[in-house]
Ligand binder design. Structure first.
Ligand code: ZN
Length: 323
């Protein structure tokens, strides 16, 4: 009964997100570049790179999701889940989309991709900091494609749909990572490190599920501060349901829907690991600079919180069918 009502609400939430999804598909942005995306939460340029184009939710969708999460937390499913030590192993399929088979053309060696999966496991097990999560990852496949048209495009370009429809494999429980050159939309300058779809839109658009990752945001690349494999930790956090820690800034009516991540006004800028930053002094806690879901450097982002684990479990149970 409760499962049925949760499923019904899940569909309502998913449909409520359609405007948000459409906006992303069009690759639009209010300020001429979609850097940092996040529905106007600000951008963070790193040597010509903007961090993440995953958009936060509009207010109605956020409210629907918060209500659903609240209902879930009262359910026997959530109680059983909080006592469970079940681990979920997620198969990871990499699709390396190259201009040519050189490193400059976008190729990424097998060793780097294997290392990337190891880094996901170290981050999600809590080995490098924060709390452990129930998620583990295993390399399921590496698919290399040489296609100049598919190698380089902006979020929401028609090529994104072509690529995903042609290459994506598996179901809601399968992580597909498309590695290519992500441009800033509308002729803006710069590149984007990555972006992801959320679990709660899977039902609407299963063929578009997955993460886009810049080919230089991988372990061992020459991109300082973003070559430790933590960009994919951040993007997979979105794929598992997490929002940015700066969602809603200091006084917004909506947040990242996680109770134990301190608020921050904007993503950090100009410093890869700023200490004692308190951009929301009227709210408890310093800025969560070590959290995987903010925009500091790879060397700084090392933690998930217990609240984020609960929110991920809710998302993956309800929307990705991980029981
Ligand atoms: Zn992000």
């Amino acid at each position: 009964m409760l499962r049925d009502s949760l499923a019904t609400i899940a569909v309502i939430v998913a449909f409520g997100l359609s405007g948000c999804v459409q906006e992303k598909q069009q690759g639009t942005s209010q300020n001429g570049n979609s850097s940092g995306g996040s529905g106007g939460s600000g951008s963070s340029s790193r040597g010509g790179f903007f961090f993440c184009d995953t958009r936060d939710l509009d207010r109605d969708s956020s409210k629907n999701l918060a209500n659903l999460f609240s209902d879930f937390n009262k359910s026997f499913v959530a109680k059983a889940s909080s006592n469970s030590s079940t681990l979920y192993t997620i198969p990871v399929n990499f699709h390396v989309i190259m201009k040519d088979d050189s490193a400059e053309g976008g190729d990424v060696p097998d060793e780097s991709l294997a290392e990337q999966v190891d880094i996901l496991n170290r981050a999600y097990s809590g080995e490098i900091g924060g709390v452990g999560t129930p998620y583990r990852f295993e390399l399921a496949g590496i698919n290399r494609v040489v296609n100049e048209n598919w190698h380089s495009f902006a979020p929401g370009a028609p090529e994104e749909t072509e690529v995903k429809k042609a290459l994506r494999v598996g179901d809601a429980k399968t992580l597909n990572v498309f590695i290519m050159d992500i441009l800033v939309p509308k002729g803006g300058t710069g590149k984007i490190l990555g972006y992801s779809t959320f679990p709660f839109v899977y039902k609407m658009q299963p063929a578009l599920d997955g993460i886009m990752l810049h080919y230089r945001a991988v372990p061992g690349s020459d991109l300082d501060h973003y070559n430790a494999g933590h960009v994919l930790v951040h993007e997979s956090g979105h794929w598992l349901g997490l929002l940015h820690t700066f969602t809603g800034a200091c006084d917004g009516l909506f947040t990242d829907l996680v109770s134990d991540t301190p608020r921050e006004k904007t993503p950090t800028r100009g410093n890869y690991c700023p200490t004692n930053l308190d951009s929301c002094p009227s709210n408890p806690g310093l800025d969560p600079i070590h959290n995987h879901m903010t925009y500091t450097g790879d060397e700084c982002r090392t933690e998930f919180t217990s609240g984020q684990v609960s929110f991920m479990k809710f998302n993956t149970m309800i929307f990705r069918g991980l029981k």
